[in-house]
Design a protein around this ligand. Structure first.
Ligand code: NAD
Ligand code: ZN
Length: 379
């Protein structure tokens, strides 16, 4: 089968790989019909995540048709069209039982706290992902969810990550009625977080980025304010000034490890990782939230990144909440929001490429060319 094949920082190819096989009675094999590229893939692509192995296939946002099931699989059958949450979760451990599917204890044998993630580094279990014609889906009685009758498949595709992640960013912010919420990052995740902040009763939503086309998009899509941090002077001062100098009630980091900072050096035109990413947006969030406020972090950092200015957090009495999204926990209410017309995720998809053009798709999404917001690969 054809599959995206990681060859090292900034190098992606599509090659033939062996067909995935059922390895455990609770596995399923899914024939992928659509698969996104995510900002999280860019951390891998940029070489920011330890133990990202050459030869692995990325892709944790995909939908497809069940082709084969193991003998223990009862929740889906061959021929079902399913969306597959990005978390690989057993559904049985103490953490899954609490709804912390992103922190499953069984799906990742590596000693990192994160649960398994499709198509990520070996620090998240080393599962091959869905930027391929076929993918093995472990714990098929837990994650895969039959796409509801009548749901647009692009909406279903974004339910595998972007919608739950944006929603959980707002949820972890503990937004109260009338709160001012600042979202750093106008990528798909930040855009969705801004949209969802209103569902929790925000009174004012402000998005910060530097890409004018994304600021313009989020202004229209999420009916919020949006500012370019390169033209407002010091963004922290700007945000303080516009919030009566107290600061925002809630700040959301939807950026994560910053691959453009001094962490990377360009050698022969290729990005080479020298150290963990920097965290400009996280620092801005901590500095521009009010005392006693909440900083909600869904932007992804490497497992050993050590970037929180704890003294500042202590002195301001802040609460920091951070996690990978728990997709399965949120699916029922998000399906309801989509069916009721309160969320329209498919509007974020701007680009479609045949799987064979994955390298081009990564380049365009990584460099933010051609007004790209969310690219989809079609096997
Ligand atoms: P993206 O790369 O499309 O968007 C990131 C945006 O941040 C870009 O528009 C960029 O211009 C902007 N940005 C960069 N530095 C900034 C700064 N200092 N201040 C404000 N904006 C800045 O990525 P995405 O797909 O939207 O993902 C965003 C983050 O969310 C990534 O770190 C990704 O790994 C993470 N993520 C987390 C989860 C989770 O479950 N926690 C799930 C999906 C994605
Ligand atoms: Zn993702």
């Amino acid at each position: 089968m054809l599959a995206m094949n990681y060859r090292g920082p900034s190098r992606v190819r599509v090659t033939h790989k062996p067909m995935p096989e059922i390895q455990h009675p609770s596995d399923a094999i899914v024939r992928v019909t659509r698969s996104c590229i995510c900002g999280s893939d860019l951390h891998l692509y940029n070489g920011l995540v330890p133990d990202t192995r050459v030869g692995s296939t990325f892709g944790h946002e995909f939908i497809g048709v069940v082709e084969e099931i193991g003998s223990d699989v009862t929740k889906v059958k061959v021929g079902d069209t399913v969306l597959v949450p990005f978390n690989v979760a057993c559904g049985e451990c103490a953490f899954c039982k609490q709804g912390l599917y992103g922190n499953c204890h069984e799906s990742n044998s590596q000693a990192t706290a994160v649960g398994g993630i499709f198509g990520y580094s070996h620090t998240a279990g080393g599962f091959d992902g869905g930027q391929a014609e076929y993918v093995r889906v472990p714990y098929a009685n837990v994650g895969p969810t039959v796409i509801p009758e009548g749901m647009d498949h692009d909406d279903a595709l974004l339910l595998t990550d972007v919608v739950p992640t944006g929603y959980q960013a707002a949820e972890m912010g503990g937004i109260k009625t009338g709160d001012t919420v600042v979202v750093f990052g106008a990528g798909p995740v930040g855009i969705m977080a801004a949209k969802c902040a209103w569902l929790f009763g925000a009174g004012r939503v402000i998005v910060i980025d530097k890409l004018e086309y994304r600021l313009e998009f989020v202004r229209n899509y999420a009916q919020c304010e949006a500012y370019n941090y390169e033209s407002v002077g010091d963004p922290v001062l700007f945000l303080k000034k516009t919030t009566d100098w107290f600061g925002a009630d809630v700040c959301i980091d939807a950026v994560g490890a910053d691959a453009t900072g001094n962490a990377l050096q360009t050698i022969t035109g290729r990005k080479l990782m020298l150290q963990a990413g920097s965290a400009t947006a996280l620092h801005w969030a901590i500095n521009s939230v009010k005392k006693g406020g909440i900083v909600s972090v869904v932007g992804v950092y490497g497992p050993t990144d050590n970037l929180v200015p704890i003294g500042n957090v202590l002195n301001k009495g802040l609460t920091i909440r951070a996690n990978q999204a728990s997709v399965k926990r949120l699916l029922p209410r998000l399906i309801e929001h989509i069916q009721a017309g309160r969320l329209d995720p498919k509007a974020l998809i701007t680009h479609r490429f045949p799987l064979e053009e994955a390298a081009e798709a990564y380049h365009i999404f990584s460099e933010k060319l051609d007004n790209c917001i969310k690219p989809v690969l079609i096997p």
